[in-house]
Design a protein. Sequence first.
Length: 147
Amino acid sequence: MARDARRHGLPGAALVGHVEHCLRRATLCDAVRDVRMTKDGIDLSGRQQQRRCIGRALSPRPEVLLMDEPTGSIDPIAATAIGDLLLRPKVDHSILVMPHSTMEARRISGRAALLHLGRLAEVGPTGAICGGARSPEARAFIAGRIG
């Protein structure tokens, strides 16, 4: 994270504060306070590594954060923690998530879009799509017949 911040021109005096801010946003600061972050996170648990990746993604202060299956390869408890992190208010960026399940999409998103064969099949509030999709593709996807 510090390496990325330096690359983006953050001065040394602000570097520590910036890294701490990113780790706090990723709910990782307290967990790694005593860990030396020089081994690219190898000593961290899978849940901590996932949150560290989110912190690194926030480091350059993006307007939009694109996340492809952020909970796809971690245990259910860790997946819930990451989902809760994604639910926190986003005052300075938007998050686009491609979840690995419709249940996760229902839990963590306010709006949803369904792409089918390269075409936008439906877009709208997640609850409305999951509860009563208009397009046949969206209905089939939610029912588990496609996808």
